[in-house]
Design a binder for this molecule. Sequence first.
Ligand SMILES: Cc1cc2nc3c(=O)[nH]c(=O)nc-3n(C[C@H](O)[C@H](O)[C@H](O)COP(=O)(O)OP(=O)(O)OC[C@H]3O[C@@H](n4cnc5c(N)ncnc54)[C@H](O)[C@@H]3O)c2cc1C
Length: 437
Amino acid sequence: MGHGHVVVVGGGICGLATAHRLVREGIPVTLLEGSDQLGGLGTFFPWRDRWIERFYHCVMPTDDHLLGLLDELGLRDSIGWRRTRMGMVVDGRSFPFNTALDLLRFTPLGVLDRLRFGVVSLLLRRLGRGKDLDGTRTEDWLRGLYGDRVWELLLAPLFGAKFGARFGDVPALYLWQRLGREGAVSVRGYPEGGYRAVIDALRASIEDGGGVVRLDAPVRRIGVDGGVRIELDGGEVVSAERAVSTLPLPLLRQLADDDLAARLPEVRLPYQGVVNALFFLRRPLSGHYWTPVVRSGAEFDGLIQMTPLVGVRPYSGWHLVYAMRYTDRESPLFREDDAAIAARWTAQLLELHPSLRAEDVDDVRVFKAPFVEPVYPLGYLARRPPVVVDGTPLLLATTAHVYPEVTSWNSSVGLARRVVGMLAEAPQRVPGQGIPS
Ligand SMILES: Cc1cc2nc3c(=O)[nH]c(=O)nc-3n(C[C@H](O)[C@H](O)[C@H](O)COP(=O)(O)OP(=O)(O)OC[C@H]3O[C@@H](n4cnc5c(N)ncnc54)[C@H](O)[C@@H]3O)c2cc1C
């Protein structure tokens, strides 16, 4: 039996990888992207004669799914790997934060806490094995192991940057998995030609295989009536036997017709968004790739410097620094005008780095994203939404489905593979029955 037409909604990495895999399985596919660019959170913007990622991205050596995809695209060897280092700014002072010696000299913590921090950090992955970390609050787990002072002075502000005040409530499993991905790994990779090269290669692979990629095709309504009925802005209707939605669940809920809305997963997750500024500098700040900024009077809670990872060539000789603050899309910061954020964050960056002068800042750009990842509740493993929307030919492949894996291009590519496997196994929809979950 042949495969009917599948529509993929969303042209971020998850949608692109899904469409790429469908084409390779010989399944006819149309990908609908609402904006005028592919890549989603990994997308880029034109800067002078370059294309630059709006949000910092890098590849980890443990990103097996992504590296496998890059292999298929002939791009695996285009990844340049570098050993990177981490810094830390606490109370306005900068510290390197890589070696045992760095830790011994890390004066924001007392001597005993430094030792405890070092020993517990070394053992943390092992200490988590066999524990119900999905049902344990991160704060309870880390406070118990590191003690109150290390939690309050360092860990809460450090990791809390990602989930805000709710961080302590997120399952410890999330952090444990993150340590598995990033932990002691200091080698990071970046594709030659940037993430745009990967996005372009995915598009070419889909189109060469007979798939259709449509930009500027925002979906405004989705319904299921035997097949899937997708209405675009402007009124055009695209029908398909089956569809995969990669949109964040709150967005999908807004687009679903009443019948579909009633069948969508019940779990309602708050999502964290991000405000992110790019500084094009005449000089580097330090040799560190990642620097959390803690209690230092800045609104951003971390800096990513691209120079140690890729040098200055991709940025016409400028040193590119990303500053980020994860925040709710309803927060005053998220709603604030980009120019005001750029001006204030530039002043804060100059304040933190006295050797940097205003004339060293050549340009500043601000980008925001409302949906980066869900703030996972305790016990989420059992509450994760199923991929198949019950009794329908609609499948979901979103960041809410990758937990406990870390939200990343790697986990999206892995999810895409799983979802396409399910579609390929069920050649055609049995009317009225959807796809077995
Ligand atoms: C600041 C930041 C740093 C990150 N760093 C890294 C990193 O170093 N390494 C890493 O691997 N990952 C990183 N990530 C995570 C990574 O970017 C995401 O996990 C991944 O891009 C999610 O892909 P996605 O396809 O699921 O969603 P998205 O990228 O959000 O794609 C969804 C797509 O759907 C489209 N869409 C929305 N509404 C509609 C509609 N109505 N109709 C049609 N299309 C629509 C959007 O335009 C978008 O293109 C980072 C993310 C951020 C924000």
